[in-house]
Design a protein around this ligand. Structure first.
Ligand SMILES: NC(=O)c1ccc[n+]([C@@H]2O[C@H](COP(=O)([O-])OP(=O)(O)OC[C@H]3O[C@@H](n4cnc5c(N)ncnc54)[C@H](O)[C@@H]3O)[C@@H](O)[C@H]2O)c1
Length: 370
């Protein structure tokens, strides 16, 4: 029979979520400029095409005169006493700079490593994953005019790591929803809605079936609504949102969706598909102190080192980072140059966008369009 475990037997992720202390204002950037007037940002180039796309970002930032100095960090995981761990110098760099830009990391297969993304979320308590999806002019998909923002709870739900074999052939996986973690991500969604002028938060849930867990998520949103009287709050069942998103995504353009972990994982990839895939999608992992921005695609080992990689997703992630740091003008300037380059024709687009450009040619064009 399944016995309730003692608190110490729970995963570190769960223990964190039970003991965390939450402040009212969440995920505000608190970094300061150095004597030269620049911020220092930790750069995790990553594996495979990571080196090529990070180089493109650095070249474009230099040309755009963004007030940033990069500090390189290696986060390739170490396995210490069976636990996946980030190397200490990288942890120190990220904790010092409070912000990092991350390229893709190949997950070692069959060596007992936990997913590095999960390790990063756990190490820095990155409680919300933000995934905007905006149609890119010049890259036609069946959907025009997509402009969605999805915020995913990033620390618990089905990812709590609490699984048991009850008897052979019967396993149990526990979905954990806590008031503190729900409050944190929903509060962030309200703040994001206000700061982006969307002024509408849509909670996506399945409380009709998960009455207690999703029910708590919904209840917390209703409670917080009184603190944000100028933001509309509405609710929708996950299955209904899935249907409506693929029928007509533009009906979600003027709001911010927020949802528990697994729903957010699936729905954010679905949203990426609407605009042409993960290669165009930026993301941000927000924590109280530290935030890490990353392209959501992988290390693309099939094209690594060939000069064919598309740096757009990492570039757009870096623009999310600039907005988080309140360097909005620099973000707009780079975003506009990226969109102009992609729209300018297949000769200036990389192969994954049905073009013929190399990484370096694309980078030069973005610089020209700045
Ligand atoms: N966030 C991350 O760090 C992350 C995410 C996904 C996968 N991974 C890791 O990356 C490795 C490879 O994974 P995969 O092959 O399943 O997925 P992938 O995203 O690396 O590649 C899938 C396909 O998309 C193409 N592609 C991806 N990004 C591209 C870009 N920027 N420009 C042009 N083409 C691009 C690749 O060439 C490949 O054909 C694995 O070790 C996986 O664990 C890491």
């Amino acid at each position: 029979m399944f016995k309730l475990q003692s608190r110490n037997q729970f995963s570190p992720l769960l223990r964190n979520s039970l003991t965390r202390n939450y402040a009212a204002a969440v995920a505000k950037f608190q970094g300061t400029k150095n004597a030269k007037g620049n911020y220092t940002v930790t750069m995790i180039e990553g594996d495979g095409i990571g080196v090529e796309i990070s180089e493109a970002v650095k070249d474009i930032y230099k040309a755009a005169k963004v007030p940033i100095e990069w500090e390189a960090a290696d986060v390739r995981p170490l396995l210490i006493n069976g636990k996946t761990t980030i190397p200490e110098p990288a942890v120190k760099s990220i904790n010092k700079n409070l912000v990092a830009l991350k390229g893709p990391l190949a997950t070692p297969v069959g060596k007992g490593h936990q997913s590095l993304n999960l390790t990063l979320r756990r190490t820095f308590n990155l409680f919300a994953n933000v995934r905007p999806c905006k149609s890119i002019v010049g890259y036609k998909t069946p959907y025009d005019n997509v402009d969605t923002v999805l915020i995913r709870e990033n620390t618990e739900g089905e990812y709590s790591g609490i699984e048991h074999v009850i008897v052979p052939g019967v396993v149990q996986s526990i979905k954990l929803i806590t008031r503190p973690a729900s409050e944190k991500v929903i509060r962030y969604a309200f703040q994001h809605a206000i700061s982006t002028g969307r002024n509408h938060v849509l909670v996506v849930h399945k409380a009709s079936i998960m009455k207690l867990s999703d029910g708590l998520f919904v209840e917390v949103a209703k409670e917080l609504a009184s603190e944000y009287p100028n933001v509309k709050l509405s609710f929708e069942n996950l299955d209904n949102t899935s249907l409506k998103l693929v029928q007509n995504p533009s009906q979600y353009n003027n709001l911010v969706m927020v949802m528990p972990n697994l729903y957010g994982d699936i729905m954010s990839d679905l949203s990426s598909g609407l605009i042409g895939g993960l290669g165009l999608t930026p993301s941000g992992n927000m924590g109280d102190k530290v935030s890490i921005f990353e392209a959501v695609h992988g290390s693309a080992p099939d094209i690594a080192g060939k000069g064919l990689a598309n740096p757009t997703a990492l570039l757009l992630s870096s623009c999310m980072m600039l907005r988080h740091m309140e360097l909005n003008d620099h973000a707009s300037k780079i975003e506009e140059a990226v969109y102009k380059t992609i729209a300018s024709g297949p000769e200036n687009r990389t192969k994954d966008l049905k073009g013929s450009s190399s990484t370096s040619h694309y980078t030069e064009q973005v610089i020209k369009n700045l």
